[in-house]
Design a protein around this ligand. Structure first.
Ligand SMILES: NC(=O)c1ccc[n+]([C@@H]2O[C@H](COP(=O)([O-])OP(=O)(O)OC[C@H]3O[C@@H](n4cnc5c(N)ncnc54)[C@H](OP(=O)(O)O)[C@@H]3O)[C@@H](O)[C@H]2O)c1
Length: 330
């Protein structure tokens, strides 16, 4: 190690509404030394994810921002791990971190590039896999609608639904994102919610109604989709990114009449419900990625110090693909 400096980004002040760069601080501390049972990791790729907005609300001011990363073992005092191994874990926004037997997960490099372990083959990919297959239960011929469709989760949802023989409609925030999901990922239709009326566009794109709705955004987009539910439809509430910066919920339960009249099912879901099946899901996703049936896109920001700016951009929809911070060269 060239110098004994660990750069960390900590929460400086708790944001009200959309976070600002001034809510974060970059500090320098000594690189920690692993104790018995620990490994020292140098972060290579840091994953930025929308759920971190919620963690910022609940974690103490002064703490390192929580996140997952994949990195290289520099020093090991943990049986089964040696210097040079690639592992994944909740290192947070810092260049070096300590993990132990409960928090260090070896990365299977046969599956693909190591960055995919926090993207299409990691938490976002698994979220798509279990949320769609286990909660939405799509059948061939079903119409599946997914919001935030070009994102890390949504893009995989749509492609798995296509593999399963569904008609897939994606909702995204730019024409470029809409052409990506239709022309490159093979979705049947795309709706730009910033330039089109979602309600009217769905009448055309999903004329027989929506059998499965995979909701990543909440808010007015979801309100519009629910008015198009087919009989006995299934909706998974995966995320509510349009609401993460709101101090108060913006609307009441105006959705109930649609659920009632269509006898539909709506279910909240988190990927952490499926720890026993993660390896099965990861292996299947890796097979689909290798065969080309699932494509993925990464939005790579160079430089650890750019994390706050990139995260704020993510909450406004600026990223196009799985958002990663390249912390250092592999
Ligand atoms: N339940 C779980 O276990 C679980 C796990 C992982 C993720 N999630 C949730 O899944 C959702 C997607 O996550 P991801 O990893 O795919 O994130 P991502 O790759 O960063 O994509 C998020 C996308 O959401 C869209 N968006 C942002 N603000 C919006 C708004 N106000 N209205 C509508 N769309 C907006 C943006 O694209 P546009 O340009 O299209 O607006 C943005 O790129 C998030 O809500 C996240 O919290 C849940």
């Amino acid at each position: 190690m060239p110098e004994n400096v660990n750069r960390q980004i900590i929460l400086k002040s708790r944001p009200a509404g959309m976070p600002k760069e001034s809510d974060f601080d970059l500090i320098e501390t000594p690189i920690p030394t692993p104790e018995f049972g620990q490994v020292l990791i140098k972060s290579l790729w840091m994953s930025l994810d929308p759920y971190m907005r919620g963690r910022i609300t609940s974690s103490p001011v002064g703490d390192v921002i929580e996140s997952e990363a994949v990195g290289r073992v520099m020093e090991s005092r943990l049986e089964g791990f040696k210097a040079g191994d690639i592992v994944r874990g909740r290192i947070g926004w810092q260049e070096y971190g300590l993990l132990d037997v409960t928090s260090a997960f070896p990365v299977n490099r046969d599956y693909g590039p190591i960055s995919t372990s926090v993207g299409v083959l990691g938490m976002p990919g698994l979220t798509a896999y279990f949320g769609l297959l286990d909660v939405c239960e799509p059948k061939p011929g079903d119409t599946v609608v997914v919001s935030a469709a070009s994102g890390a989760v949504g893009a995989v949802v749509g492609q798995i639904a296509k593999i399963g023989g569904c008609r897939v409609v994606g909702i995204a925030g730019s024409d470029e994102k809409v052409s990506y999901i239709v022309d490159e990922l093979g979705f049947d239709a795309g709706i730009n919610y910033k330039t089109q009326d979602v309600d009217r566009a769905l009448s055309v794109a999903a004329p027989d109604g929506v059998d499965c709705y995979f909701d990543n955004v909440g808010g007015p987009i979801t309100e519009a989709v629910l008015a198009h539910l087919a009989m006995y439809s299934r909706t998974v509430i995966c995320g509510r990114i349009s609401e993460y910066n709101e101090a108060e919920p913006s609307m009441g339960p105006r959705i109930l009449r649609y659920l009632h009249s269509t006898r539909s099912r709506i279910q909240g879901f988190t990927v952490n419900q499926y720890p026993q099946q993660f390896e099965e899901g990861r292996a299947q996703l890796a097979r689909w990625v290798k065969s080309g049936q699932i494509k993925y896109r990464e939005d790579i920001v160079e430089g650890f110090e750019n994390s706050p700016k990139a995260f704020i951009g993510q909450l406004g929809g600026a990223n196009f693909g799985k958002l990663l911070i390249k912390v250092s060269d592999e």
